[in-house]
Design a protein around this ligand. Sequence first.
Ligand SMILES: [Zn+2]
Length: 405
Amino acid sequence: MQRGTFQWMKSINKTIVLNKIRMSGPISRAQIAKETNLTPPTVSSIVKELLHEHFVVESQQGQSSGGRKPTMLVLNHQGFYVLGVDVGPVKIRTVLTDLNGNVLFSHSSYLPAYVTNKSLLDLLKTEISNMLKNAADSTGKLLGIGIGMHGVVDHKHGSSLFAPSLNLRNIPIKEELEHYFQVTVRVENDARAMALGETWFVSDQNDSGTVVTVNVGNGIGAGIVVDGKLLHGEHNLAGEIGHMSIDLGGSKCTCGNFGCLQTLASGMAIKERAMKELTMGKESYINEIVDGDLDRIEARTVYQAACHGDSLSIDLLTNTGIYLGIGITNLIHLLNPNKIIISGGISNAKDFLLPSIKETVAARALTVQAKNTEIVASRLGEYSAAIGSVVLILSDMFSAELVEC
Ligand SMILES: [Zn+2]
């Protein structure tokens, strides 16, 4: 793999041509001019530049409408890599993709119980270096590194302002990693990175209106995309729905408040409720899965038991769906989105959660239209935030649309 600072000289017209080739390739120069309303000489000169930079390659000859067969252009998707990292409260997930965002390699590892700013940055350097070894023999270039960090992120400076689950503040992620790896690094809140990924790969590109992606893992956060643009808010707090107060007398949250949605409906909350029920002596198939060792219970254990027909686990997930439904109803009343996507680790349990989420929203939302708000589970799976982090880099190159507002 070739390394070194990569500078993408972006212009609107270049972005339009590159994106046209990405979306419609193989495509001829004449067809690009026709579909983008750019003049043929402009298209020719931009294509020459893209060929020189190896972003585009000439492919087979296309159909002729009489004269010489036109040369077709395709994206050189194997010539470049993008690395995406999801830094959750418990795990770091890393993916290496090609220029189309296809995942070539993925890896996840647990964070140690105690981390400092320095040890977290060291860990990121190790994880990223290990992932890059997969492409060491290739001639492809690393285009950039996208980081989806949980908690409050200053996306402009690429730093983590506050990661409550790790109790860390002011981590200069972009500065450190750009210095170390000598490539472009972009940092975004994990739920926002996820929302970007959902918009980029999954949603209809013409999606207008408001789409909210709710990330439910060990924490809860939301990424809000309005008319194709990520919403950050004045101080990067937009979408922090995990810390929406739901129960005034509830248990203490990592943020210091009490009864946050996160204390009731996150993966951590599911795990803690399961441990409490079993400690009280309730019968459950969970006992068999963990061999009686309650410390081994995780949210996924509850899901496994629910799939086995365990009624305690099914009830636990149904209740979690009710709490999520209450949080989502608040979200609907605040933003009135046209679509809500449930993402993160918990989306695996969609068959148990979605019905009670939808029932709760139907029972509580104000109008018939609000009750019928489209709520779906993510199709990007466990690595959705890491894949979304790749899009932080790809959207810089391909999209004049997906920028912050
Ligand atoms: Zn909280």
